[in-house]
Write a protein that binds this ligand. Structure first.
Ligand code: FEO
Length: 596
């Protein structure tokens, strides 16, 4: 099968396999992909599993016709791809092996030969010309083994991505890509997010029109979709809104609590509740779900002065894959010396950026009134933002929202008649309390100032400490006059018709402008509160927290001049102009400091 100009598929489908890599259930089999590039020279990209030697060699022979291959490119030495290297080199004695130096050491281990006399070593940036086609090699250590290389073919703009972008499942079975690609990713490469991020950064510099992995379908369209998912997975981001409950239950009492919690979560507006019985369901599926959603509930019993074995195994899978950036809650059950919650929390101690729920459900043998109340309290705690996002369940008059105002950073949203707008401000304060009045200062240069002056309404979104730098880039470093600030970031709406942020905020207030004070460079809007919702209990993003934890360190090495303390923009020059306005965040000279 020709995929692109001079690129042919010669891989095989495996429906006999019971467990991939000795542990993963693959109900729809597995594909071992291999490709042939035909040009003045011919290169074969990887071999296949040992059970398919002749099927693969037949596929290869059909594409080659009377010609012989010049090169075998070995991108990865795991036996599902490398098993037939020795056989291939025996059949095609003129062909050379092209690979990373680390692979040749592995060939010696697998086949007793490191092909000193017929090898071409390649590394980062090496190029091999086939004629019209040039192969550019990119190292990809630990995606999934240390020797992995990927290959960019520049004529067709194709990236051969080794295990990257692969999935479980044979190619003759139609199924959703993301589900089995996610299970594959977190099972097999999940630990190495940092290394995948490094490869994605290299890929961003290439003009890619197709990705050809060693497992799963060839990706020839809509590449942004796949790249975006890989970016979320490898940065341990949250892919989908919802809550996962992973549990074990010996006699059904823990399960009863889990079922009650699942019902309550749905009642309080959780958009998706996924429940996994770790003793009975696929462990790899449970692991992928733990990484897919942002909130995880672990429910188990105390067992042999420890926790139930399936839960221990599950948590081990999470920690060895660098589980992070999530909210975790516990349900424990114990009849005489309960300690499961403590044990589970201890197991997660080394994980980065986990927030543990305030409420832990403690069951002594079976649910009672006290533990049922804890289930309800936990559901409310985990779903507070979901509950507050829905008009029918929100408490729209929660004036404790005003306690979220600190010397913080806010997204002020407005609407210019057509589209939702928003900007970052750091000047919000409560000025009176009978009635509650809030003052918001906005630089007159900002489009939002103009819009709010005309419409007289705005929403103040109190950013919480989970807001990433991309929120500041989105709302702070571009103008709403020219950019759609909610492009790709679906907002929700309050009663005044204005947008509020569906995440990264702990509260918002809808304001109506009562008075305007002209402050020369800025305008101060003095407003009454028409709606106030508290979304969660996360701390407010203070200016200091932003500076210390969110803003990337500015790249000032080797530069002379001044750096904007707000966004990191570097002005190069001996003197800072007094009237400078930062082109990124629009702050003035007072917010610049000399580069040390
Ligand atoms: Fe498909 Fe890491 O081997």
């Amino acid at each position: 099968m020709q995929i692109k100009n001079g690129i042919f598929y010669v891989g095989v489908n495996d429906h006999k396999i019971d467990l991939f890599e000795g542990q993963y259930d693959v109900p729809n089999g597995m594909a071992y992909n291999s490709y042939v590039l035909v040009d003045d020279k011919i290169a074969v990209m990887d071999t296949v599993d040992k059970n398919f030697t002749h099927e693969w060699l037949d596929n290869l022979a059909k594409v080659l016709g009377q010609r012989k291959p010049d090169y075998l490119v070995v991108q990865h030495m795991e036996p599902d791809h490398s098993a037939n290297i020795a056989k291939f080199l025996e059949i095609y004695p003129e062909a050379k092996v092209v690979s990373n130096v680390k692979s040749f050491a592995m060939m010696k281990n697998f086949f007793g030969n490191d092909y000193q006399d017929r090898r071409i070593e390649v590394g980062e940036g090496s190029i091999l010309s086939l004629g019209q086609k040039e192969l550019h090699f990119v190292t990809a250590p630990m995606v999934h083994w240390p020797e992995v290389i990927m290959t960019y073919e520049s004529q067709n703009k194709v990236l051969f991505s080794a295990d990257g972008f692969g999935k479980f499942g044979a190619l003759d079975v139609e199924e959703d890509w993301a589900c089995e690609a996610r299970r594959y990713y977190f099972g097999i490469v999940g630990k190495y997010g940092q290394q995948v991020q490094a490869v994605l950064k290299k890929a961003a510099n290439l003009d890619i029109e197709a990705i050809l992995p060693l497992h799963g379908p060839m990706l020839t369209e809509n590449l942004g979709y796949y790249l975006n998912l890989y970016n979320i997975w490898s940065s341990y981001g949250v892919e989908s809104e919802g809550i996962m409950i992973a549990y074990t239950s010996v006699y059904g009492h823990t399960k009863a609590a889990v079922e009650m919690l699942a019902e309550k979560l749905k009642e309080y507006g959780c958009p998706k509740v996924v429940v996994s019985d770790l003793a009975r369901e696929d462990m790899a599926e449970a692991v992928e779900d733990a990484f897919r959603y942002g909130r995880l509930v672990l429910a188990t019993t105390t067992y042999n002065a420890d926790i139930f074995p399936f839960m221990r195994e599950f948590i081990n899978h999470l920690t060895e894959r660098n589980f992070q950036n999530r909210t975790v809650a516990f349900i424990e059950n114990g009849s005489w010396a309960p300690q499961a919650a403590k044990t589970m929390k201890n197991m997660l101690e080394g994980c980065k950026n986990l927030r543990f729920a305030d409420v832990t459900v403690k069951i002594k043998s079976a649910l009672n009134d006290e533990s049922k109340k804890q289930v309800d309290d936990l559901a409310l705690e985990l779903c507070q933002d979901y509950k507050e996002q829905r008009p029918e369940t929100a408490n729209k008059n929660d004036l404790t929202a005003l306690f979220k105002i600190g010397y913080g950073l806010y997204v002020v949203t407005s609407k210019d008649g057509e589209k939702a707008n928003g900007l970052i401000v750091n000047t919000v304060s409560q000025v009176t309390n009978t009635p509650n009045r809030i003052a918001v200062c906005i630089n007159k240069q900002n489009y939002s100032h103009h819009v709010i002056k005309q419409t007289g309404i705005m929403n103040v979104n109190c950013l919480s400490t989970d807001a990433p730098f991309s929120v500041f880039e989105r709302f702070g470093f571009q103008s709403g006059r020219t950019a759609d600030k909610f492009d790709g970031f679906e907002p929700m709406y309050s009663d005044n018709g204005l947008a509020f942020l569906p995440k990264y905020i702990n509260a918002f207030m809808s304001l109506k402008v009562e008075q305007y004070v002209d402050l020369d460079t800025h305008g101060m809007f003095i407003c009454t509160v028409t709606e106030a919702r508290v979304m969660n209990t996360l701390p407010t993003m203070t200016y200091t927290y932003y500076q210390d934890n969110v803003k990337p360190k500015p790249k000032t090495e080797g530069k002379k001049g001044y750096v904007c303390k707000v966004c990191g923009y570097v002005y190069e020059g001996d003197e800072l102009p007094e009237d400078i306005v930062c082109p990124l965040c629009k702050h003035g000279a007072a917010d610049f400091e000399p580069i040390e």
